[in-house]
Design a protein around this ligand. Structure first.
Ligand SMILES: C[S@@+](CC[C@H](N)C(=O)[O-])C[C@H]1O[C@@H](n2cnc3c(N)ncnc32)[C@H](O)[C@@H]1O
Length: 399
């Protein structure tokens, strides 16, 4: 019997050329997956990819939990509860100019293979991402400070924060404006086991800070966050510069002699997080309230708030903690909302607003970082640890 005519005949051609190796590979994959031909196999792959896209696009997320107004200040509000309730329900769509936040870091746990921790983190984050997209204005920015994590038991790192970045861009359509790295010069060398004992890794001293936006054109000005000119630039501005070609081939013309009021900072933000004596901590100690263990240094939100918002704009921190974002926003005359799950953290945060909000200080500080290898040593004086640190070195017996 002749085959019945399909109502969707395959009348279009796509001519794809493969290398011999690709062709062989595709044929083998098609056969091992039960397909008669490479084209059936490609059709199947395409359907799978469309289904996956559909699943991610059509998923809706429910706002969860209650939200109560905990405290109000001149410019801001602290809410106690789940920020999913705020971003997916209470807040007006497209009402926020800047989301400045630091979510709880990676959920890394023991496992035998794969990057399950990263998958779990992304799965947990998806509803928040949906909420962020809902509340952010087109010209607004989303800034996420996120630290890396070590996989338990090995000197290797989780990919969770990179997976998060890829997910936010690929699945939710955010644009990566510029990744920043927050270098904390006071960070201790951890984990001591890999850094100090087995000596197979160096100090991890940066957090990633993903600056994202809904469109490629969020409002911004780097003139708001200029740094002090270096000593050499200051003397160049004072004494002039002989225009010439640099070894890199760049033509350093006399336009470099113009005083623009400060240097455009790099995307490496040097901010020590050493504050142990602030009025916030004093307030917490006096009132027997737990001090938040992962507070922003004020200069981190300050940098993004200044560069990306105007006075009167709306700033949201959906993982509010001790409300440092709110504090900085208040001091700069921006409206703010912080949402936090733990009541005790908000009790402490309230202490930030009891007396007048002080302007932020500490901008005059600068840190130097040494060029590596100043004390370099080579074999045979320092042999490599050839097992990669698998075996713990035996403690040295004093001679
Ligand atoms: C890394 S801390 C943020 C600290 C904050 N940047 C500061 O300067 O104090 C993350 C905070 O998010 C809170 N959190 C976690 N899940 C939340 C949720 N669904 N809604 C609101 N807050 C949440 C945690 O209780 C924690 O205090």
């Amino acid at each position: 019997m002749p085959r019945p005519k399909s109502d969707q005949p395959r009348s279009q051609f796509a001519n794809i050329r493969f290398t011999a190796a690709e062709h062989e590979e595709l044929e083998a994959q098609a056969a091992s997956n039960g397909f008669k031909s490479i084209s059936d196999y490609i059709r199947h792959l395409h359907q799978q990819s469309m289904l996956a896209q559909e699943a991610s696009v059509s998923r809706t997320y429910e706002p969860v939990g209650d939200l109560t107004l905990f405290h109000k200040t001149r410019y801001g509000s602290m809410y106690l509860g789940n920020s999913l309730r705020y971003t997916l329900d209470k807040a007006k769509p497209a009402s926020v100019d800047l989301i400045m936040t630091s979510p709880p870091f990676g959920l890394v746990r023991k496992k035998t293979y794969g990057n399950e921790d990263a998958d779990q983190y992304c799965e947990w984050f998806r509803p928040f991402a949906e909420g962020f997209k809902r509340v952010l204005k087109d010209e607004g920015s989303l800034v996420i400070d996120i630290g890396g994590a070590w996989k338990p038991g090995t000197p290797t790192r989780s990919l969770y924060h990179y997976e998060l970045l890829v997910m936010l861009c690929r699945e939710f359509g955010f644009h990566l404006c510029l990744e920043h790295f927050w270098w904390n010069p006071a960070k201790l060398p951890t984990p001591a086991e890999w850094v100090n004992v087995r000596r197979v890794r160096v100090k991890d001293a940066v957090n990633c800070v993903w600056w994202l936006s809904k469109t490629p054109w969020p409002k911004a000005s780097n003139r708001r966050v200029l740094a002090k000119y270096s000593d050499s630039m200051q003397s160049l501005l004072k004494n002039g510069y002989q225009a010439r070609l640099r070894p890199s081939g760049h033509d350093i013309s006399d336009k470099f002699q113009k005083d623009n009021g400060g240097a455009v900072p790099p995307n490496l933000l040097a901010i020590a997080n050493t504050d142990s004596n602030s009025s916030y901590q004093e307030y917490c100690r006096k009132n027997n309230i737990a001090i938040h263990p992962a507070r922003f240094p004020a200069q981190l939100p300050e940098y993004f708030i200044r560069m990306l918002t105007d006075p009167g704009d709306n700033i949201l921190d959906p993982f509010g903690g001790s409300c440092m974002t709110g504090y900085v926003a208040e001091s700069l005359g921006r409206h703010w909302t912080c949402v936090e799950l733990e009541e005790e953290y908000l009790q402490g945060a309230k202490g930030r607003f009891i007396s007048n909000v002080q302007p932020i200080n500490g901008r005059e500080v600068s840190y130097s970082i040494s060029v590596p290898c100043a004390n370099a040593k080579d074999a045979p004086e320092v042999p490599l640890i050839v097992d990669g640190g698998r075996a713990r070195p035996k403690p040295q017996v004093p001679q």
